[in-house]
Design a protein around this ligand. Structure first.
Ligand SMILES: [Zn+2]
Length: 64
């Protein structure tokens, strides 16, 4: 994970993309199936300009 904002060079804060029920990344091939593979999403936010970057799935092992 990079340590500086790719836009302005400001410091980053790590966070998650979420809603009340959670937002997940789903593998297309498992969408709609009983055991769909999904993971929460995390990313970093620039504390200076608000740019979001470093999007990653949180639980990579769940997509295997
Ligand atoms: Zn920035």
């Amino acid at each position: 994970m990079s340590e500086k904002c790719e836009k302005c060079g400001g410091g980053l804060a790590e966070g998650s993309i979420t809603s009340m029920y959670g937002v997940f990344f789903y593998l297309n091939e498992t969408m709609g199936k009983l055991k769909s593979k999904r993971s929460a999403i995390v990313c970093s936010c620039c504390k200076k300009c608000g740019h979001l970057q470093d999007f990653k799935v949180k639980e990579l092992e769940k997509l295997q």
